[in-house]
Design a protein around this ligand. Sequence first.
Ligand code: G3H
Ligand code: 13P
Ligand code: ZN
Length: 316
Amino acid sequence: MIVTTKKLFEAAYGKYAIGAYNINNLEQTMGLFRGNLDSQAPFIIQISKGARKYSDKRMLEALIRAADEIFPEAIFAVHLDHGDEETCMDCIKSGFYSSVMIDASHEDFETNVAITRRVVEAAHERGIVVEAELGQLGGVEEHVKVDEANAKLTDPDKAKEFVERTGCDSLAVAIGTSHGAYKFSGSQALRLDVLAEIQKRLPGFPLVMHGSSSVPQEEVERINKAGGNLKGAKGVDENAFRRAAELGVTKVNIDTDGRLVWTRVHREYFMQHPEEIDLRPIGKIFMAEYAKFIAHKNEKLGSAGRLPEVRALLSA
Ligand code: G3H
Ligand code: 13P
Ligand code: ZN
């Protein structure tokens, strides 16, 4: 059943966070639904602009509709990840997405407010909810001075003004993470202190943490042993998710860790089976491993086991 992220956040706020997972193909879709049902978790499917272009935007929609039929127990939101204004409007018009992210965080504050406001108006007219972003993720290097690094993080006072002026339904905040497999070098860290300040200004308002892959070292080692080259890859401590949830984070975005599962499974399999040319045996292994990975993340997020209470809340 497709629901809005807003509904999921009402159930989760302050207690746990919902996993938001990016998909690009059939195998990820099947693994995603299985993993969430195995762990009895509500979840968010994220579709990026790149994923919409990979084959055809209608292909992912069709896969999700099919999965919804195959797994009728599943409760999830369909969310556009890092949309620009044009893509947001396309998704809002399509009637399929229950939630969109407008990412105008690279613009100056006033432009970000104006673009976000336009998307919010169009989305709310159709009952679709909007995630916006303030602050900039990642790319902060060791040599950058503390003042400069802090300038990229979300300013708590500005966050309050931004939410009030845009009417967005949730806010992605920059608290020290970055996208991809190389997040923290040297002294960089997750800034739960900044998150706490944002929550003080926006009590009860759902916050979103992007760039939340943990880049498990065991996974990196297995990939490197099987011919990969991911030296120095490092991610977010997944044991910090529960504290972040207490501080208002209701959505945690994870994509890179899923890519690592895909890479490890395929590299190891083809090393061990150089004669193999059938894509299905490896596809089956990947789906099972991806499902295990999703269930594990949901345990860490605290969303595992919450499906019955979310179902009860939705039908109340
Ligand atoms: O934040 C970005 C997500 O990891 C999606 O990546 O744009 O390559 O699909 P993508
Ligand atoms: P990771 O690269 O840490 O998985 O972050 C994904 C993300 O933020 C998608 O929007
Ligand atoms: Zn992101």
